[in-house]
Design a binder for this molecule. Structure first.
Ligand code: NDP
Length: 482
């Protein structure tokens, strides 16, 4: 028993993670269901560090020193359950099983319960950064017992990305907390990407700019408060030319956005928790709409009158001002999407009894992961100081940013509507902001309607208690129900 950590599942993610562990001085046991993958990894990368390849699960477990720590990186769902059970049958109390796949957090809660009942530690660990992140430094979000974190901390800290010198991993909370936070990370990623896409669409179809001109704009934006990995790669994607046709690559790519489910989970869970995550929801629905091929084809055949653009004929100065408006709107909408995502984490923490440090979550998202961005520093400061206790939107820095963006945000949404360019996340984020800051909402009318047709009762602004109006009775009396 020599290895201090093991990896089960050596496909793209697991193989990279195992190599990353070995690169940082860990002694790494490796096992894969089919030996061929293990053999290949050893042939290509075996010399990069100290590996202990195992042909069987028995051999794998025997090669681990105690407390044994095994990280599972296989297909989510049944394969993960199968690997967990095989490990649990061979391990001893105090050993640690880490599931670093993309599990849905209720599965993690279920698994943790079953495994901890057997005296073992089960850690559901969110990993972000894709294959390259796994190899060079991901952002990691482990959830489980504090005791297992003591063992895992030095191992994970050795391999994660560093942001301003700090490792991008922190203990998130009990059982499913890590996978929950990773899920919301992905939801936020959906809204970030959609907002960038809406900005692109406004410049492309609205202002008639070329992909490479728009790429230049994103490159410039990457030196502003929008500095982030996603803005950076957007510029690269837009500058790419298709080798076959010589056209901008983005024009050759089919415009149906795919998804694997984490965005949908974020929205489904938010609905269960009654937290409005409108930015993320619209981003998920926008991907869904893009992939409704038949519906879109039929809509095109109907020759609906298109929105009027006319933006192309704008004087240069006004065009530049509009591009600036788009940048402001993007920033404001992004702030709203993050505020909503963090609200979802807060609500879940309450529901599931997790003690989640939001400032620490923002800090570990600064490096390694897909949504890494400079502005996460500001978010972590806002949570650290308590200024964002109710919502990120009310922390002074973000409040100022929203106020600064206000006019631009409205111009972008109204112009987009006029021109017939869909901006679901820009506009729903603005609606969320306007909804929050309204002193009176038409919800009062809805309560009246509900009382009318269903006697659902309502509360009054001037008196405590629950009321019902006898709508059909002469004189329409009001009765106090309690
Ligand atoms: P895949 O999801 O493609 O899974 C392949 C691995 O799963 C192989 O090692 C395969 O073994 C193993 N496997 C499949 N079925 C079984 C089974 N029934 N029993 C045992 N092992 C099985 O691999 P990835 O590396 O892409 O992803 C691994 C995990 O990481 C997934 O949960 C994924 O969601 C998650 N993830 C992926 C990210 C990414 O960017 N790709 C990012 C973050 C997380 P065999 O070689 O024998 O077929």
């Amino acid at each position: 028993a020599e290895a201090n950590v093991g990896v089960v599942g050596l496909a793209a993610m697991g193989g990279s993670l195992a190599r990353n562990l070995a690169h940082h001085g860990n002694k790494v046991a490796v096992f894969n269901r089919s030996w061929g993958r293990t053999e290949k990894l050893m042939a290509e990368h075996g010399s990069e560090g100290e590996f202990y390849p195992a042909k069987t699960m028995e051999e794998f477990v025997a090669s681990l020193s105690k407390p044994r720590t095994a990280i599972i990186m296989v297909k989510a769902g049944e394969p993960t359950d199968s690997m967990i059970n095989q490990l649990a049958d061979l391990m001893e109390p105090g050993d640690i099983i880490v599931d670093a796949g993309n599990a849905h957090f209720p599965d993690t809660i279920r698994r943790e319960k079953a495994i901890s009942a057997r005296g073992l530690h089960f850690v559901g660990c969110g990993v972000s950064g894709g294959e390259e992140g796994a190899l060079k430094g991901p952002s990691m979000m482990p959830g489980g017992t504090k005791e297992s974190w003591e063992t895992l901390k030095p191992i994970l800290e050795s391999i994660v990305a560093k942001a301003e010198g700090e490792p991008c991993v922190t203990y998130i909370g009990a059982n499913g907390a890590g996978h929950f936070v990773k899920m919301v990370h992905n939801g936020i990623e959906y809204s970030d990407m959609q907002l960038i896409a809406e900005s692109y669409d406004l410049m492309r179809r609205g202002l008639g700019m070329s992909p490479s001109e728009i790429g230049d704009v994103f490159e410039a934006w990457n030196h502003t408060e929008l500095e982030s990995y996603l803005v950076e790669i957007t510029a690269e994607v837009l500058h790419e030319t298709d080798k076959k046709t010589g056209k901008p690559l983005v024009d050759v790519i089919v415009d149906h956005a795919g998804m694997k489910g984490t965005g949908t989970w974020t929205v489904q869970t938010a609905l269960d928790l009654a937290v409005p995550v409108t930015g993320i929801a619209e981003a998920v629905f926008a991907r869904g709409l893009s992939s409704q091929g038949e519906l879109r084809e039929e809509a095109l055949k109907q020759h609906f009158e298109a929105g009027r653009s006319g933006l192309e004929s704008m004087p240069l100065e006004e065009r530049q001002a509009f591009v600036n408006d788009i940048r402001e709107a993007l920033y404001a909408s992004k702030i709203v999407a993050y505020a909503q995502g963090f609200n979802e984490i807060t609500a879940a923490a309450k529901e599931y009894g997790w003690d989640i440090d939001l400032a620490a979550v923002a800090r570990i998202w600064r490096g390694g992961c897909i949504i890494r961005a400079k502005f996460l520093n500001l978010i972590s400061d806002a949570f650290e100081s308590g200024e964002a206790n109710v919502s990120l939107l009310f922390a002074p820095y973000f409040k100022d940013a929203l106020e600064t963006a206000d006019r631009s945000w409205r111009r972008v949404v109204s112009r987009a509507v006029n021109f017939g360019i869909p901006v679901p996340v820009f506009s729903s984020s603005l609606a969320y902001f306007d909804g929050l800051r309204s002193d009176r909402l038409p919800a009062a009318l809805i309560q009246g309607q509900r009382d009318f047709f269903g006697a659902h009762t309502y509360q009054r602004t001037d008196e405590p208690g629950v009321f019902h109006t006898l709508w059909a009775e002469p004189g329409r009396e009001e009765i106090k129900e309690s």
